[in-house]
Design a protein around this ligand. Structure first.
Ligand SMILES: *[C@@H]1O[C@H](CO)[C@@H](O)[C@H](O)[C@H]1NC(C)=O
Ligand SMILES: *[C@@H]1O[C@H](CO)[C@@H](O)[C@H](O)[C@H]1NC(C)=O
Ligand SMILES: [Mn+2]
Length: 409
């Protein structure tokens, strides 16, 4: 799809159209095959022309530089799967081994403390990714790799259905859905023997059911948590003590994940932190107890990308890594549409560059989410949705670049 568009714009994927075929549309239109215009109106570009397009010699038509497929879609067309991927209802698959990497939506926002609306995130992130496509997925920033057309079969798994009326029931539905998908065999088992998922949130609470579902396959995982907030808050500080529902929310899920033994003991990290604390000492002490260290957003200016990546690599080593990107890690200039906004964050380019650095370092990624996108607050230019789509594309590159094998039982 794109390549033809690019070819028309003179930006052919394989370079410009080659010598002999080089002819401008105007020349094609005014060639000898058309009969002489009888008036100015007919000769102007607004006039009707009797061009026998079908019988034009091939060389005079702008030749496509690729083979169009039957299913080709232009960016603004199609049913709206992520990056025009094929759709697979992964939670109800009867046959295993049909894909390697899935994009899955968790439309859930019952755990938010400030701006709601993350239940619309998966849909809007797919819209934000409509400019991406397997047919034009080769990437200047990744040595020309097309992550949709490499060793891995990538699919859009659709959304995991969950009730909007009961938070705990919804969290269990999300966990059961993720378990069902994680159990499937990967298609290219010789390269990477577990299916891996990139989840589109949903508020940050969804990371808890995801980590629960991953545990039986991977054991404790090191969480790389890109977020302006800590999200290890003790429910006693944030929301807890009211009902059994109030403890679990988008600021306590990492605390609960630690208590449940889902997290690595010491290798988890917050990246891009810049939030206010409830207490002078308690929050950070509790955070340390939950196994986290952190690099604050402002430290990027003194450390630079390279040292940030090095510090992360040193911390996680060869542990299995789960990546959780709260879109509020970005500055509101780059991602205004989020639940709990904090000025002074990273740029989209800086985040992509750090994620790319972790991929280059071969960090073993077993799953990922991008959460807290609240499209009702987005700009008319879809600023946040497009950023979310691009971050998922970058994570996909990482999963393709670093195949993983399940731990031996
Ligand atoms: C499986 O992965 C290998 C690379 O590790 C690749 O050469 C092969 O083509 C892949 N198989 C399929 C069916 O895509
Ligand atoms: C992590 O901590 C748990 C609970 O204290 C302990 O059982 C486990 O051995 C520790 N794992 C490692 C790798 O240190
Ligand atoms: Mn968060």
């Amino acid at each position: 799809m794109f390549p033809r568009l690019l070819a028309v714009l003179g930006l052919g994927v394989t370079g410009s159209l080659s010598g002999a075929n080089e002819q401008h549309p105007q020349e094609v239109l005014s060639n000898a095959h058309a009969k002489e215009p009888s008036s100015f109106i007919e000769s102007s570009i607004f006039g009707r022309r009797n061009i026998d397009v079908v019988n034009l010699p091939d060389s005079e038509v702008l030749a496509p530089t690729y083979n169009p497929r039957d299913s080709e879609e232009y960016p603004f067309q199609g049913l709206g799967t992520f990056a025009h991927l094929d759709f697979t209802k992964c939670t109800e698959l009867e046959s295993s081994g049909t894909f390697d990497i899935g994009i899955v939506g968790h439309p859930f926002d019952l755990g938010v403390s400030y701006r709601p609306g993350q239940r619309f995130g998966p849909h809007a992130a797919r819209q934000g990714a409509r400019r991406l496509s397997p047919e034009a997925g080769w990437d200047m920033d990744h040595g020309g790799v097309n992550p949709f057309r490499n060793w891995a079969t990538v699919t859009d798994c659709g959304d995991i259905s969950n009730t909007p009326f009961d938070k705990l029931a919804a969290i269990h539905e999300l966990e059961r859905g993720m378990e069902a998908i994680n159990k499937l065999k990967a298609k290219n088992e010789s390269t990477s023997d577990a299916v891996r998922l990139i989840t589109i949130g949903g508020d940050h609470t969804i990371t808890l059911p995801i980590l629960r579902a991953l545990h039986s396959t991977w054991g404790r995982v090191a969480v790389l948590h890109f977020d302006s907030h800590l999200d290890t808050w003790n429910p006693k500080q944030l929301g807890g003590g009211l009902t059994k529902y109030s403890e679990v929310n988008h600021g306590t899920m990492l605390h609960i994940a630690h208590e449940e033994g889902l997290l690595s003991n010491h290798s988890n990290m917050h990246l891009g932190s810049r939030c206010a604390l409830f207490d002078e000492h308690y929050d950070l002490n509790n955070d340390l107890r939950c196994g986290f260290s952190y690099i604050r957003a402002r430290e990027l200016d003194t450390l630079g990308i390279e040292k940030v990546v090095k510090q992360i690599v040193k911390t996680v080593g060869d542990e299995y890594v789960y990546l959780s990107v709260d879109i509020d890690v970005l500055d509101p200039a780059f991602a205004p549409a989020t639940g709990t906004i904090e000025p002074g964050g990273w740029t989209t380019r800086e985040l992509l560059q750090i994620i790319g650095g972790l991929s280059d370092a071969g960090i073993k990624i077993v799953g990922a989410d991008v959460v807290e996108f609240t499209p009702i607050y987005d700009s008319v230019a879809e600023t946040t949705g497009i950023a979310v789509g691009q971050i998922i594309y970058e994570i996909l590159h990482w999963m393709v670049h670093v195949p993983v094998k399940r731990p031996k039982p």
